[in-house]
Write a protein that binds this ligand. Structure first.
Ligand code: COA
Ligand code: AMP
Length: 636
């Protein structure tokens, strides 16, 4: 089939407002407005400014009303606990209404923030939708973050309540969440009024009288009483959620997602980009704590009337490298979306794909990869093994959906290994130099997007308009700065090469080296430090910290290094995967005092590097090389 991509992209470009008005026809609105876009509102304009809606209604009620009541909405598959559970659309709606009732009884309503700290269990999806139903703004925090990170988010979002599970389960260990929550509330200046805890049998939490409530018990009571809670109408521009993501400092950025534009964009993407029809089973093997989980475990599939998978496990080790194929085959999944790191892990365990042969994958049509660079070797292996198109696509927490991809629903375009293909409608992607001048094809530069950003993208940062402007809009007036660098070829295919800031990507998780440096600097023996992301064959990148100790510190370096590793794990969390701390005598700097992080990374990765002309003392680079070698890292 010839692709309709060019025609569709052209249709958007010639009249963006007409394009998105048509896409908005797929959503049930409480009130349709007159304007599709108001350029004078907010930071760069706002979509659907005078429209009213409810996201939960579009995810659940309308499907129940229109014949999907008995279709599965959620399949929970948890190899880590050996459990499976399903919820039809009607059952999911009843549970969401029950939790809405529980929240409403404690005074939570439109505009209130609620932090959700839960593992991959259906109750996480229920909690998110219950907030959406009430017009409350949820902020999901990934379970791999430690108490301090949770406290930072509590202070910024000032939630009225926290919804949590008693524990998460990682291979070989149960993580009690309640002590982390208690510690976070203790640390935070803001104190949430209530904490709803879903008790899991693996570790039951003790509850504090008056503040803590057993969510499961309250939900079952509300269910038994048949509590019905109507959807609260909100403005399309009202926030649906705030999702914190790594910035360049220890203070994460609260990415705001609105209700209306978000629904329009995700609904459009389900068929046109992912090639999925309502009623089909779609699996995003991510976590509800990340943007992929928000958009494609919860909202996208449910808006589209699909069945979504809540998978609590890992690509390998739960119990083996065949678990993805078992899940795909058992639940008749048509499309999988995951991070390349998952495939690197599977390939490492099962290079010949022997597990794949054991399962019937006849329903499986496509694999989508995102979250980090999809290395061509991994893409090639996956395509050969699975015999389906393997589609790399590029996006960010900020955008909420794909900027550059290969639109299967419009008809697949030729795949060029190493490129996530072409811009989606809504995104006018350009490559510019540091002064904002356009660069010719095949030239590496800053990737920017012409404003306005399309529906679904962040309108601003939570309570931080100026930070939003400074971080994204100030450097290239009229454009959104993606902070990625890349090239566009003569056919308009984009390749993403690297970040232009100090964000690194570890197992598809976005992490700030600046935030890790702030933690290392707190250690009493550390004078200065630098963290860089070094290449890792499995996780893509790993953080590597260099520290200079204060003069007079006589302790064993190995002992301090161990403490530093523990400090990052305790402060940021295990997800930081910070396991390399190296003591050095001096850090390489320019004469003006700027630490040469890029050169240190090149040395660690064994890449050729040029000694920067502005370096203060070139001998320090040899010291770094030796230090890396002594820690078993192949340095150039
Ligand atoms: N709660 C608590 N801890 C968590 C956690 C959670 N929800 N998720 C991860 N962690 C812990 C892990 O147990 C690990 O701890 P450890 O240092 O004690 O081993 C640490 O955080 C690092 O996690 P991660 O980098 O994700 O590695 P992993 O060991 O969990 O998984 C692979 C490694 C190889 C399987 C990896 O390839 C993978 O698939 N990761 C998940 C990718 C993903 O979902 N990305 C989301 C974007 S689409
Ligand atoms: P996150 O906000 O966690 O989704 O991370 C976004 C960042 O991950 C982007 O800015 C890129 O640096 C990187 N990224 C995401 N998808 C891709 C991709 N398909 N190819 C290369 N890098 C990617």
């Amino acid at each position: 089939m010839a692709s309709r991509y060019s025609e569709t992209y052209g249709e958007w470009k010639s009249n963006p407002e007409a394009f998105w008005r048509k896409a908005a026809g797929e959503i049930d609105w409480v009130q349709e407005g007159t304007d599709v876009f108001d350029p004078d509102l907010g930071q760069y304009g706002q979509w659907f400014p005078d429209w009213e809606c409810n996201t939960c209604y579009n995810c659940l009620d309308r499907h129940v009303e229109n014949g999907r009541a008995d279709q599965l909405a959620v399949i929970y598959d948890s190899p880590i606990t050996g459990q499976q559970r399903t919820l039809t659309y009607a059952e999911l709606l009843a549970r969401v209404e029950a939790v809405s009732a529980v929240l409403q009884d404690k005074g939570i309503g439109k505009g209130d923030r609620v932090i959700i700290y839960m593992p991959m269990i259906p109750e996480a999806v229920i909690a998110m939708l219950a907030c959406a139903r009430l017009g409350a703004i949820h902020s999901v925090v990934f379970g791999g973050f430690a108490a301090h990170e949770l406290a930072t988010r509590i202070n910024d979002a000032t939630p009225k309540a926290i919804i949590a599970a008693s524990c998460g389960i990682e291979p070989g260990r149960v993580i009690a969440y309640k002590p982390l929550i208690d510690a976070a509330i203790e640390q935070a200046a803001h104190k949430p009024e209530s904490c709803f805890v879903f008790q899991r049998p693996e570790q039951v939490a003790s509850l504090e009288e008056g503040r803590d409530f057993d969510l499961g018990v309250l939900m079952e009571t509300a269910l038994a009483e048949g509590r019905r809670i109507p959807c609260v109408s909100v403005k399309a521009t009202d926030p649906l959620y705030v999702l914190y993501t790594s910035g360049t400092t220890g203070q994460p950025k609260g990415v705001v997602r609105d209700n209306g534009g978000h629904m329009v964009a995700l609904k459009w993407s389900m068929h046109n980009l992912y090639g999925i029809d309502p009623g089909e089973v779609f699996w995003a093997a991510s976590d509800v704590g990340w943007v992929v989980g928000h958009s494609y475990i919860v909202y996208g599939p449910l808006l589209h009337g699909c069945t979504t998978i809540v998978f609590e496990g890992k690509p390998v080790g739960t119990p083996d490298a065949g678990v993805f194929w078992r899940v795909i085959s058992e639940h008749k999944i048509v499309s999988l979306f995951t991070a390349p790191t998952a495939f690197r892990a599977i390939r490492k365990e099962d290079p010949e794909g022997t597990f794949i042969e054991k399962y019937d994958l006849t329903h499986f049509r496509s694999l989508f990869l995102a979250g980090e660079r999809a290395d061509p070797e991994t893409v090639k292996w996956a395509a050969e093994q699975l015999k389906v198109p393997v589609i790399d696509h590029w996006w960010q927490t900020e955008t909420g959906w794909c900027m550059v991809g290969n639109p299967l629903g419009l008809g697949a375009l030729e795949i060029k290994p190493g490129s996530p293909t072409v811009p989606m409608p809504g995104y006018d992607v350009r490559i510019v130099d540091d002064s904002g001048q356009p660069l010719p094809a095949n030239t590496l530069g800053n990737i920017v997007v012409k404003l306005p950003m399309p529906p679904g993208c962040l309108p601003t940062l939570w309570n931080a308009d100026k930070r939003f402007f400074d971080a994204y809009l100030a450097d290239f007036p009229g454009y959104y700065k993606t902070a990625d660098a890349g090239v566009m070829d003569d056919d308009g295919y984009l390749s993403i090469m690297s970040r232009t800031d100090d964000i690194i990507n570890v197992a598809g998780h976005r992490l700030s080296t600046g935030a890790m440096e702030e933690v290392l600097a707190q250690h009493k023996d550390v004078a200065e430090c630098a963290v860089v992301g070094i290449h890792d064959a499995l996780k893509g990148q790993l953080p590597c910290g260099f520290v200079v100790l204060k003069s007079g510190v006589e302790r064993e370096h190995a002992e301090v290094e161990k403490e530093l590793i523990k400090l990052v794990r305790d402060q940021i969390g295990p997800v930081a995967a910070f396991k390399i701390a190296i003591t050095v005598d001096r850090l390489p700097k320019t004469r003006s005092g700027k630490i040469l992080r890029a050169t240190m990374r090149q040395i660690a990765d064994g890449e050729e590097y040029r000694v920067p002309a502005t370096i203060d003392d070139p001998a320090i680079l040899d010291e770094i090389t030796e230090a890396l070698k002594s820690h078993g890292i192949a340095a150039s």
